[in-house]
Write a protein that binds this ligand. Structure first.
Ligand code: PLP
Length: 453
């Protein structure tokens, strides 16, 4: 069935918003290309679904065999504005024709400063803010830690159970899950300490958000000492760790404690930022104003760009020349970010995220009634997941989660799994997805529950 494209998305104007299967998924052309990939690309680089994409826009990916797949991944929460969004393409084309690189540290240009201005305006709090731009989320997290250490003169970093912060050496240490992110890659950076997270589905109901925060604070005070902590780094809603939404009150209590103890509060909004959760940033929901935010993924409609944005005084604690990188804030990536943020504003993609989230949650609540293997439906806005469990209602069932995802793939719906236990199915549609196409994807998911029962 063909649905109206929500935007004139360029992958593009005229790319029908439909699920259309003309071969098996993956089809013969994709399989041939995948065989070549296996010969030439390092085995350590994984693949969720081996279809080779040739065009994409709105809510669909079109593969080399002509199959049109419904995209519930957005390239891991990146293409919130849709693939090849017109606002992004236009600015990227113009910037590419003008110049492609100077290195901002050699000779600056407006795009970088314009992105910093936009981030100061959109991030929480009315205080003076500054930003520094980088290439990837992991690089932003590394730099947030550098800035926090320089600002406090302290070294310890606190992170949480189930956290994901990246694949570089420091961010591997900060990431919780061993396999596949850390196995065999040590030794890891020291001075990283892990505290318990608020994970309502997997802890007793009497532990509320404030109680869970106090539990983490107690551990950090006893095992590390507040006076040694440069920063805590926390995802307001965890991404790779399983879309864990902490109980209400958890983040505000942590923020209160960090402020009282001179600890920099870093919100890692790399997955949750830029309208994904129905607000510009996930912390907006609880009225928490972080000292620093790390931003990437959704920021630039698919171009590699990342940022650390925060309190001017903290950002300015680093000596001149202490931050940077050859490509950080590349002019083409900055042009893409300005286009993406314009698209978020003109199409009110926060409202779109809330609407898509309501559709998904409604469908998933219905499925949960029929299928006891759905232990929990959670998330916010268009960042929604189900946790798949065994007959006891708790034991993680990663095999069933994998089978559900595989069924969706075979029927032309791109889904992702995540979670410490690998048993969480997560849904991250582009925020420009037509509602009817999303409904069709969830019809397929409903079939998947029947087919894998
Ligand atoms: C993806 C992600 C990162 C790492 O970003 P990369 O661009 O892959 O380096 C860090 N933190 C969170 C919360 C993420 O989701």
């Amino acid at each position: 069935m063909t649905h109206e494209a929500a935007t004139g998305g360029a992958g593009g104007p005229g790319l029908p918003q439909e699920r259309r299967l003309v071969t098996a998924v993956p089809g013969p052309r994709s399989l041939e290309k995948f065989a070549r990939r296996q010969q030439l690309v390092a085995a350590g680089v994984g693949t969720t679904l081996p279809v080779f994409v040739e065009r994409a826009g709105g809510g669909v990916l079109v593969d080399a065999d002509g199959n049109s797949l419904i995209d519930l991944a957005s390239g891991i929460a990146v293409t919130g504005v849709g693939n090849a969004a017109p606002e992004v393409v236009e600015r990227v084309v113009a910037q590419t024709a003008a110049f492609t690189h100077t290195c901002f540290m050699v000779t600056p240009y407006d795009g970088y400063v314009d992105v910093c201005a936009k981030l100061a305006e959109l991030t929480p709090g009315t205080h003076a803010k500054k930003s520094a731009l980088f290439n990837s989320g992991a690089e932003a997290v590394e730099n947030a830690v550098k800035i926090a250490r320089a600002a406090t003169g302290r070294t310890a970093v606190a992170v949480f159970d189930h956290a994901y912060h990246g694949r570089t050496n420091l961010t591997m240490a900060m990431t919780s899950k061993n396999m596949p992110y850390k196995q065999g890659f040590g030794p890891f950076a020291n001075e990283v300490y892990r505290a318990p997270m608020s994970y309502p589905f997997r802890e007793p109901a009497e532990i509320d958000g404030v109680g869970a925060a106090d539990r983490a604070i107690d551990l950090l005070e006893k095992q590390v000492g507040a006076a040694n902590l440069a920063c805590i780094v926390i995802e307001p809603i965890q991404g790779e760790g399983g879309f864990v939404v902490p109980a209400d009150g958890f983040l505000p209590r942590l923020k209160e404690w960090t402020s009282a103890n001179g600890i920099v509060f870093v919100a890692d909004e790399i997955q949750t930022g830029f309208c994904r959760t129905g607000d510009w940033f996930a912390v907006d929901h609880e009225g928490v104003v972080p000292d620093l935010l790390t931003l990437a993924k959704g920021i630039a409609g698919g171009f590699p760009l990342a940022a650390v944005t925060g309190t001017a005084e903290i950002m300015d604690a680093v000596h001149a020349g202490g931050l940077g990188g050859t490509y950080g804030g590349n002019p083409v990536a900055c042009a893409a970010a300005l286009g993406a943020m314009e698209a978020m504003e003109t199409h009110d993609l926060s409202a779109a995220a809330r609407r898509l989230g309501a559709v998904m949650t409604h469908r998933l609540d219905g499925l949960a009634k029929a299928h006891p293997c759905i232990g929990d439906v959670r998330g916010r806005g268009a960042m929604v997941a189900v946790e798949i469990v065994g007959a006891d209602g708790r034991l993680p069932d990663p095999v069933r989660a994998g089978a559900l995802s595989a069924y969706c793939h075979s029927q032309g719906v791109v889904t992702l799994t995540c979670g410490t236990y690998g048993n969480v199915l997560r849904f991250l549609p582009p925020l420009v997805m037509p509602d009817a196409l999303l409904e069709e994807a969830f019809d397929v998911l409903a079939e998947a529950f029947e087919a894998t029962a």
